[in-house]
Design a protein around this ligand. Structure first.
Ligand code: EPU
Length: 417
């Protein structure tokens, strides 16, 4: 078990470099299964979700080589074996092995995925899509068996623009026979990154990034290389940190267009923010205006930035509303924020945040990845010492967080307990 100890209320300045996007990398790595040779992925973030996926690749007898942020995966000797629950439950993205192995091998045995406790997280949209392609899906307790003699392209209508289902169905259909059209597809930037890797492998995909993706099946996929796009959620988290305690804090390696929904809100609040081609500079100002945020699918305000943003809303002058529309349990961090001095009332998936309130250091618990990140921001803003336990959640998604924050003047350390 690890905890973070933070001495707060310091001004932060300098540069934070953003790494590769977690939610891209965690799909690109399983996608490598589809090429019957070597896939090279650059700019892979150094997060524990990466390591959990590499462990699964090793179970499947892939040859994996990691050097700094460059990951090479050779699937020549792939052995399609059961992925046990001790592997699948370590993260959500283990379910991308369903689409990838079904696509290549027409057979998968895997236990249910894990992931943050932010909602019930069913996978019915994925399963319905696999079935539409011709797969038989059998459940035995927590285990899924997916099998097909042939996968045949078809029209698939998603009842919700699910990121995971869109990616999984792209993975399952690139080697299917004929044409698949995914209607009401998710448009998140990560989906374009995954489609680009598949296209580099020889897949025929058009429309990624729109709500209609067309895939024409091909017989085989070959060696390919891709770079993981910058993590817009990591960037958003540190941009909010700049608004909380930055003194010309620069967030570098950002695609500003990917986080416009956040930067627009920061401008509306009266933040001091400068947007450059691939970096954003931000400083703390007093008297921020309260605002309302409502999380939505891309290009709306990202659900993964709602919790970090709620910390900034505690510092605004007046009442802000935070409305979550994607996950039922996005408010797990609120009791900790209130313990630190915030005034937040939760009603179901909505929160009313009354500011400004001074935050003070406390012992708090990270209940999930983004909620944990919110507590780091709160701890860095608060006066005194904050101790966060269960920080494993945070380490799943924020690479080198201690180094990156210490480098800009934060007093934060990681302790084994
Ligand atoms: N949903 C269903 N059935 C399904 C799939 C989804 O009902 O078969 C529902 C979910 O319960 C949820 C909504 O649809 O209410 C959205 O789910 P989606 O499938 O889009 O989310 P996901 O693919 O499971 C990814 C990210 C999440 C991020 C969401 C939304 C990964 C590994 N995870 O999850 O990231 O919040 O998209 O953008 O890519 C995080 O990084 O902290 C995180 C939770």
């Amino acid at each position: 078990m690890k905890q973070m100890i933070i001495e707060g209320n310091n001004k932060l300045s300098g540069i934070i470099e953003i790494g590769g996007a977690k939610n891209s990398a965690v799909a690109l790595i399983p996608a490598a299964i589809l090429a019957s040779g070597k896939t090279t992925i650059n700019n892979v973030p150094n997060i524990s979700d990466r390591d959990a996926l590499i462990d699964i690749l090793n179970v499947l007898n892939c040859n994996v080589n990691l050097q700094d942020d460059k990951l090479t995966i050779d699937t020549t000797n792939l052995k399609n074996t059961l992925i046990e629950e001790s592997y699948s439950s370590r993260l959500r993205a283990s379910y991308y092995f369903m689409g990838a192995l079904l696509g290549r091998e027409k057979y998968v045995e895997i236990y249910i995925p894990g992931g943050c406790n932010i909602g019930s997280r069913p996978i019915d949209i994925h399963i319905d899509g696999f079935k539409a392609l011709g797969a038989e899906v059998i459940t035995e307790g927590n285990k899924y068996i997916l099998k097909a003699d042939r996968l045949i392209g078809t029209d698939i209508y998603l009842r919700f623009q699910s990121v995971g289902a869109t990616i999984n169905l792209m993975l399952a259909s690139v080697l299917a026979e004929g044409k698949t059209v995914i209607h009401n597809a998710a448009k998140e930037t990560e989906i374009i990154n995954i489609a680009d890797l598949l296209i580099n492998m020889g897949a025929n995909i058009s429309g990624a990034g729109t709500d209609e993706i067309t895939i024409i099946g091909v017989e085989e996929l070959h060696d390919a290389t891709i770079s993981v796009i910058p993590d817009r959620i990591e960037a958003g988290t540190y941009i909010i940190l700049g608004a909380l305690c930055g003194e010309k804090l620069t967030i570098k390696n950002v695609i500003p267009e990917h986080i416009e929904s956040l930067t627009d809100k920061l401008k509306e609040m009266g933040s001091h923010i400068t947007i450059n081609t691939d970096s954003i500079e931000i400083s703390k100002v007093d008297n921020l205006k309260p605002i309302n945020i409502k999380t939505l699918v891309y290009p709306g305000f990202p659900t993964d930035i709602g919790q970090p943003m709620s910390v900034l809303l505690t510092q605004c002058n007046g009442i802000s509303l935070f409305e979550e529309t994607i996950w039922e349990n996005r408010m797990g961090h609120v009791p900790s924020l209130n313990k630190m001095g915030a005034n937040i009332k939760v009603n179901g998936m909505n929160a009313i945040i009354n500011g400004p309130t001074k935050l003070k250091g406390e012992e708090v618990i990270a209940t999930d990845l983004r909620g944990g990140a919110a507590l780091v921001l709160a701890g860095l803003t608060a006066e005194g010492t904050t101790i966060i336990t269960d920080v494993e959640h945070i380490l799943r998604g924020y690479e080198n967080i201690i180094y990156k924050l210490t480098n800009v003047g934060a007093k934060i350390e990681l302790k084994e307990i």
